[in-house]
Design a protein around this ligand. Structure first.
Ligand SMILES: Nc1ncnc2c1ncn2[C@@H]1O[C@H](COP(=O)(O)OP(=O)(O)OP(=O)(O)O)[C@@H](O)[C@H]1O
Ligand SMILES: [Mg+2]
Length: 299
C-alpha cells in the first residue's frame, strides 16, 4: 500500500540574512506515523517547523501539507493542525480555562470534553492564572491546546520540555493514542530515549542539513547486538570468522563481538562449546543518534 503523505517538504531553504536556518530539506511525513525530528541546538528544527506552518517566510523550496501550499494556504493548514510551539506562552493574567476556551473556539470547536479530559489526565488545574503556573504546568497548557481540537496533524516543538518524568510518560501515552486514531505527528525533541520510545521514524538534521531519515526499527536492526560469551575452555576464535560478526575479541576464555546478522549461525557455533555465561545486548539508539549529531554517522 502506498503511504499517504501528509507533509511533503521539497528543497526547503530558509535563510536569515547570511545565516542558514535550513538548507534544501526534502522530507515526507506519512499519515498515521509519529516522526521524530532531531538535531543539535541551532540545527534548524524550529525553523523547519515554523516555515512549514507558514509562520516564517521560506527562502525557497516547496512545502505541501494535506496537499495545501504552506504559504498560500497557511490559514487552512493551521486550522487542521494542532501546534505546540517551542516557545509556547500566553497572557499571564488569564485563567487557563479562558485561554483554552478561546483557542478552542478559534479552531471552530465547541465541545470542551476533550480539553477537560486532557487537563485531568495531565493534572492541570484549569482554574489557575496562566502567569502563576510553573514551567512544567505552562507546558501542559501548550500540550492540551495542541491536542484538544482533535486535528489530523499534530506538530510539536519539544513536547516534553519542562515536564517531570511521570508527565513525560503521560505525554507519550497521549501521542500514541492520537496515532492509534490515525493522526499524524511531527515532533522535534532533544530526548533521544523519547524518540526511541514513541516515534516510528526519525529524521536527524545537523548544520541545517538532513543527515538521515530512517525507521527506528531498521536503525536498530542495522546497529547489531553486542554478544559476550564466557566459555568453559578456550576456543578457537576462527570459528567466529563469518559474515555478520564484527569487532571480535578474545580475552582468555571470554569472547565479545558485534553481531549484525547471522545470529542463528553464531548461536549454533556457540552451542558446540561449553558455555558458562552469556549476554546479548542491543545498543542504545542514543549512541547512534549521537554519531549523527557529531557528524560521524553519515554513509
Ligand atoms: N530570527 C532569527 N534570526 C536570525 N537567525 C535565526 C533566527 N532564528 C533562528 N536563527 C538561526 O537559524 C539556525 C537554526 O535555528 P533553529 O532555532 O531552527 O534551531 P533548532 O534546531 O530549533 O535549535 P534548538 O534545539 O536550540 O531549539 C540557528 O543558527 C539560529 O541561530
Ligand atoms: Mg528549536
Amino acid at each position: 500500500m502506498e503511504n499517504e503523505v501528509v507533509m511533503k517538504i521539497r528543497g526547503l531553504t530558509k535563510k536569515y540574512g547570511d545565516v542558514v536556518g535550513i538548507k534544501d530539506l526534502d522530507l515526507d511525513v506519512y499519515k498515521g506515523e509519529i516522526m521524530g525530528f532531531l538535531g543539535p541546538n541551532g540545527a534548524g528544527k524550529t525553523t523547519t517547523i515554523r516555515t512549514c506552518l507558514g509562520l516564517l517566510q521560506k527562502t525557497s523550496g516547496d512545502v505541501k501539507i494535506f496537499g495545501l501550499d504552506s504559504h498560500e494556504d497557511s490559514i487552512e493548514i493551521r486550522k487542521r493542525t494542532g501546534y505546540l510551539p517551542g516557545d509556547f506562552g500566553m497572557y499571564p493574567d488569564l485563567k487557563v480555562k479562558s485561554i483554552l476556551r478561546y483557542l478552542l473556539s478559534q479552531s471552530g470547536v465547541s465541545d470542551e470534553s476533550k480539553m477537560k479530559g486532557l487537563a485531568e489526565r495531565l493534572e492541570l488545574d484549569l482554574s489557575r492564572k496562566y502567569g502563576n503556573l510553573s514551567k512544567g504546568n505552562k507546558q501542559k497548557v501548550g500540550l492540551v491546546q495542541a491536542f484538544m481540537a482533535d486535528q489530523d496533524l499534530i506538530i510539536m516543538d519539544e513536547p516534553t520540555s519542562g515536564l517531570d518524568p511521570l508527565m513525560q510518560q503521560k505525554c507519550y501515552e497521549l501521542l500514541r493514542e492520537e496515532k492509534e486514531k490515525g493522526k499524524t505527528i511531527f515532533m522535534s525533541s532533544h530526548i533521544l530515549a523519547e524518540v526511541e520510545e514513541v516515534c516510528d521514524r526519525v529524521a536527524i538534521i545537523r548544520n541545517a542539513e538532513l543527515q538521515v531519515v530512517e525507521e527506528i526499527e531498521s536503525l536498530k536492526e542495522k546497529m547489531g547486538k553486542k554478544l559476550e560469551i564466557e566459555f568453559e575452555n578456550s576456543v578457537d576464535p576462527s570459528i567466529f570468522a563469518m559474515e555478520g560478526v564484527e569487532d571480535f575479541e578474545m580475552d582468555g576464555r571470554k569472547a565479545t563481538m558485534i553481531v549484525t546478522s547471522n545470529l542463528d549461525e553464531v548461536i549454533k557455533k556457540i552451542s558446540k562449546q561449553n558455555v558458562i555465561n552469556m549476554s546479548l545486548e542491543t545498543f542504545s539508539l542514543e549512541q547512534l543518534f549521537l554519531t549523527y549529531y557529531s557528524g560521524g554517522g553519515k554513509g
